[in-house]
Design a protein around this ligand. Structure first.
Ligand code: ASP
Length: 438
């Protein structure tokens, strides 16, 4: 029989009505055996996520402020869900214990993690599933990194003992027994880890959108959804700012070859987006899979006659960045010039130092730093086969009267990166979308 791991985000578990919807999704398919919940999210635009309330509690305790009122609101969220579901379940002992533990300085991560823990308890009771506390099965190493090997071993063994189980997302345990969380949105990672340990056929990630859109809906009105995307394409798009899934959630399932299906809890019949390792064909409706982009980049341009024959030139320049702990994003270069694209924020307070060091190291004819660059990434596995894609991208941009400041096409041929003025960002993105999609 198939095994599916299903993760539900905070907006999918924000209130009792959503809990009911989630339960009906889970029960509709017996393969949905392992469930990873987030903490209750926002019920409406101005609402506060439980995780954020817990972080606030922690801050208040640190500042010796009273948390009674705030904690009552947290209690009300959980008790409200239980009451509205008509459950016969008393969580008050747990709630008191959590409050006490927070008051006794059990740490920031402990406080934040209780959102998922308490929600997991309620959901497991509601579904009639076992509850597996993530603290017993998700491990971090001494240095704070995720202990993949131990987790996979212990978790796989534990899952085998349960036909169905709920495993709260977002946290695990340090070797000394303290609770540690992943970064924000980290329940996605837990879901992926559980899918790998369960050797699942599919990791369903249920959220409040019907999958990945081809472009940011804040820029393109009602963009088309992406039906299938490869892990590599997704990496390119999420790195450039497209967010639906936590970036680190890709790795555990990617290595195990388990596809991820992004689904919409509020529209369960929509097929959402499938994230897969490889597609044998290039079965996309469009040449491109998606467009994403980000503002806030700077370009360091270095020019020197005969640069191309100077051995070690590039290494020396990059060494300067390394010494200043700056990672570079792109490195387009010509015969006698080299450009390095870095996040503008990374240069804060270090511009003069970097310029001076590069001058000393390679004695360029000219060096400059220009800010205000936005990058647009056009991503698509079908570009490998389609001729003239780059020309279409450039034409679309120049027909929209936008000046291209930089071009970078990686050797993988699944993305073309174009740099434009930040003020031209939306225009460039819309022009490319119109050219390739509609
Ligand atoms: N509740 C956590 C957060 O708000 C983790 C998650 O939702 O994935 O970041």
């Amino acid at each position: 029989m198939q095994v599916k791991v299903v993760k539900f985000g905070g907006s999918s578990l924000a209130d009792a009505e959503h809990f009911r919807q989630v339960a009906s999704i889970i029960k509709a398919d017996p393969a949905r055996r392992y469930v990873v919940p987030s903490a209750p999210g926002k019920r409406h635009k101005d609402d506060t996520k439980v995780t954020d309330m817990l972080y606030s509690c922690y801050e208040k305790i640190r500042n010796h402020e009273n948390i009674d009122e705030l904690y009552e609101q947290i209690k009300a969220r959980y008790n409200g869900i239980i009451a509205d579901l008509g459950m016969n379940f008393d969580i008050s002992g747990e709630l008191e214990y959590v409050k006490n533990a927070m008051m006794h300085r059990s740490g920031r991560d402990f406080a934040a993690s209780r959102g998922e823990y308490l929600n997991g308890l309620i959901l497991s009771k509601y579904l009639g599933y076992s509850f597996i506390d993530a603290e017993n099965v998700i491990f971090f190493k001494e240095n704070g990194s995720f202990d993949e090997e131990k987790t996979n071993r212990v978790l796989a063994e534990e899952l085998m003992q349960h036909k169905n189980a709920v495993i709260p997302g977002f946290y695990g345990v340090m070797p000394n027994g303290t609770i540690k969380t992943f970064s924000r949105g980290g329940s996605d990672i837990t879901g992926s880890i559980v899918a790998r340990a369960a050797q699942a056929d599919l990791y369903e990630n249920w959220t409040d959108v019907s999958g990945f859109m081809m472009a940011d809906p804040r820029i393109i009105e009602d963009p088309c959804a992406i039906q299938t995307i490869t892990y590599r394409e997704l990496r390119e798009l999420s790195y450039m700012g497209a967010t639906v899934l936590h970036e680190d959630a890709i790795f555990p399932v990617r290595y195990a070859g388990i596809p991820i299906n992004i689904r919409n809890t509020n529209e369960p019949t929509a097929q959402g987006t499938m994230i897969v390792a490889e597609t044998p064909d290039y079965d996309t409706d469009h040449v491109i899979t998606g467009i994403a982009g980000k503002k806030g980049f700077s370009v360091i341009t270095i020019e020197k006659d005969m640069m191309n024959s100077e051995i070690g030139f590039g290494r020396k320049v990059l060494e300067v960045l390394e010494e200043n702990e700056i990672s570079f994003e792109h490195l387009p270069s010509g015969v006698d010039n080299m450009s390095i694209v870095v996040a503008t924020g990374a240069l804060d307070g270090r511009r003069e130092k970097i310029l001076g060091a590069i001058n000393r190291m390679v004695r360029p004819d000219h060096i400059s730093i220009e800010d205000g660059l936005a990058l647009v990434a056009v991503v698509g596995r079908a570009m490998v086969k389609a001729k003239g894609t780059a020309a279409r991208v450039f034409d679309a941009i120049s027909n929209a009267d936008v000046n291209i400041r930089l071009i970078d096409q990686g050797s993988s041929e699944i993305s073309i990166i174009v740099g434009v003025e930040e003020s031209d960002f939306n225009t460039a993105l819309s022009a490319i979308y119109r050219e390739f999609v509609k």
